[in-house]
Design a protein around this ligand. Structure first.
Ligand code: FMN
Length: 306
């Protein structure tokens, strides 16, 4: 069980829940929020809109940039008790290459995820929406590191399976999907776009059926492992993604509602798979207690969205 990039801030969570988080970490591997070469402020507020079945976010990749990440975030993330995946996004292939090369030199990092799919940043959409562009990005970065490369696909592509196949042929070790779907909300009174970034990315239960179909289709188009995500809230949802062809699954938006969701969904999935396949049940450790009255969201360190 992984987290979806950008949906669980492990550094804020550790500040909030203390070292108990390390003893009972809710994920089996941790994916960082996407970093870029230069620091970014992100989009102007408001950055979130709650829909009847999920969120629209227009966060816009705020981050400290590569140097800031390596100097201040990496030492803290390296203390997590699970393998670290660092998500990177470049505004050109040169930028992406520099990110992969520098991140690849750090032994604290186990895998690299190429975010070619963020709908909030113009060039991210272009790269991940086109099979040839994606292949060129992977071909350029593949020789620069021996670490496994995961390509995170966008659902906003005409044929995600063609993009996945191009990534695999170019040397990707795995693909993950889905990132957020393009969406928009209007201000209830002014009828102008609510989000500071104009449009945003839809996530949560609203996208689960779309994600399931794309995972199913992509898993039949490539031989490399597929990491499935999009609206997973329960072990039953996770079991569906595995039945569709995912080798692993990730929890994203659900962690805003329940910071221990990763461990809960993994536990529920374990029960389902053991009963379906007749394996003896070996319960995981219980997650850190993250449901107190003053529950905060580790995704932002702020009070919960609701
Ligand atoms: C607030 C927020 C921030 C996100 N930030 C990133 C990011 O930095 N990089 C990335 O690849 N995906 C990002 N995502 C997408 C998630 O990782 C995930 O792919 C998507 O939300 C679908 O899964 P879910 O429905 O379980 O949330 C973000 C999603 C949300 C809701």
């Amino acid at each position: 069980m992984l987290n979806g990039s950008g949906t669980f801030d492990a550094i804020a969570a550790r500040r909030t829940f203390g070292d108990e988080l390390l003893e009972r970490f809710p994920f089996d591997a941790f994916v960082s929020k996407t970093i870029t070469l230069a620091p970014r402020q992100g989009n102007p507020p408001p950055r979130l809109w709650e829909t009847p079945a999920g969120l629209i976010n227009s966060i816009g990749l705020p981050n400290k940039g590569l140097e800031g990440f390596l100097a201040s975030d990496l030492p803290e993330l390296a203390e997590l008790p699970v393998p670290l995946v660092v998500s990177v996004m470049g505004f050109s292939r040169d930028e992406l290459a520099e990110l992969v090369e520098r991140v690849g030199q750090r032994e604290e990092i186990a895998l690299i995820e190429l975010n070619v799919s963020c709908p909030n940043v113009e060039t991210g959409l272009v790269m991940g929406a086109d099979p040839a562009e994606t292949a060129r990005a992977v071909e350029r970065t593949r020789p620069l590191t021996e670490k496994p490369l995961i390509v995170k696909l966008t659902p906003n592509a005409a044929e995600p399976q063609a993009v996945a196949a191009a990534a695999a042929s170019a040397g990707a070790d795995a693909v993950s999907l889905i990132n957020t779907l393009k969406g928009m909300a209007l201000h209830p009174r002014t009828r102008s776009p609510w989000l500071g970034g104009g449009s945003g990315g839809v996530s949560g239960p609203a996208v689960r059926a779309v994600a399931l179909e794309q995972v199913y289709t992509v898993a039949r188009a490539v031989e490399i492992p597929v990491i499935g995500m999009g609206g997973i809230q329960t072990g039953r949802h996770a079991a569906d993604f595995i039945a569709a062809g995912a080798a692993a699954v990730a929890v994203g938006t659900e962690s805003f509602r329940d910071p221990a969701a990763g461990a809960r969904v993994a536990d529920e999935l374990g029960v389902i798979l053991c009963s379906e396949r007749g394996f003896p049940l070996r319960p995981r450790h219980r997650p850190a207690r993250m449901d107190g009255p003053d529950r905060k969201t580790p995704a932002t360190g702020d009070k919960t969205v609701k």
